[in-house]
Write a protein that binds this ligand. Structure first.
Ligand SMILES: C[S@@+](CC[C@H](N)C(=O)[O-])C[C@H]1O[C@@H](n2cnc3c(N)ncnc32)[C@H](O)[C@@H]1O
Length: 249
């Protein structure tokens, strides 16, 4: 009997977060734990096991957050928090392989979505504009999405241009000028437009620091949402100009 033809369907692939840092930390942890376990001292052995478990929990969010299952959950959560409308103009800052830009384009019948990035090789595996274009083609939204090479700290768009701006796990990759990127995202957002940010949730990106940075960038109605795989999803709106003036009085 003749075998039936099988046509393989290509699936989109959105890459692994912070590839090099995770790999280096994992190798170092395994090496150090191995060395300490060889030392003939019960306290050192016990300490090394605790160290290994602690690092495992630290690495859990980026590793499991990089699975396709988690990425689809993140994208759905971000879209539901953003509540976009038909005909919206949407910006995905640090789009990488296009996860959110493509998600919004799939969620809406009519919209214009732009994904920008500098496509750094250290923050996402296989990070290239071609990968984002390929994913858009696989997900059938090529005509609604556009990708541009641009820096988040100097967005090449007019003030008040976008209805929604999203930025997922990008600020911690930008480094010390991340507040400048946040200000520029608010600049290009329409008054009362929605900003949705996903971030790691500790250190420079603790709840307190994020609220402070957002308020200084003229955002209000700041809310935190959880999504189950570590980090925070934060929503805010651009404060109307009359309220910005009142706040300064
Ligand atoms: C961890 S990846 C997240 C990608 C995507 N947002 C997602 O959630 O799948 C961080 C992205 O931020 C981008 N990035 C880092 N610094 C940037 C900058 N200054 N301007 C624009 N993009 C930047 C990196 O190239 C990378 O694609």
């Amino acid at each position: 009997m003749k075998k039936p033809f099988k046509v393989k369907r290509k699936k989109p692939s959105y890459g692994v977060y912070d590839t090099y840092s995770i790999l280096i930390l994992l190798i170092l942890t395994i090496l150090l734990t191995g060395i300490f376990l060889m030392i003939d001292n019960l306290i050192v052995k016990f300490g090394s096991l605790i160290f290994f478990i602690a690092i495992f929990f630290f690495l859990f969010p980026p590793i499991f957050g990089s699975t396709n299952f988690a990425k689809m959950k993140l994208r759905e959560k971000i879209i539901n928090v953003a509540q976009p409308k038909e005909n919206d103009v949407i910006l995905d800052v640090g789009t990488g392989r296009g996860l959110h830009a493509i998600g919004f384009a799939k969620a809406l019948e009519k919209c214009k979505v732009i994904g920008i990035d500098v496509w750094s090789q250290t923050s996402l595996s296989g990070n290239r504009m071609e990968k984002a274009l390929e994913n858009a083609k696989i997900e059938g939204v090529s005509e609604k999405v556009e990708f541009k090479n641009a820096d988040a700290r100097e967005l090449p768009f007019l003030d008040e241009y976008f209805d929604v701006v999203v930025c997922s796990f990008v600020l911690h990759n930008i480094g010390k000028n991340w507040r400048k990127a946040l200000k520029d995202m608010i600049r290009v957002l329409k008054t009362n437009g929605k900003l949705v940010i996903a971030e790691i949730g500790y250190g420079l990106f603790s709840k307190k620091n994020m609220i402070d940075a957002l308020e200084k960038a003229n955002a209000s109605a700041i809310h935190f949402h959880s999504w189950g795989f570590g980090g925070n999803i934060i929503s805010a709106v651009k404060t109307p100009a009359y309220r910005q003036r009142d706040d300064k009085k």
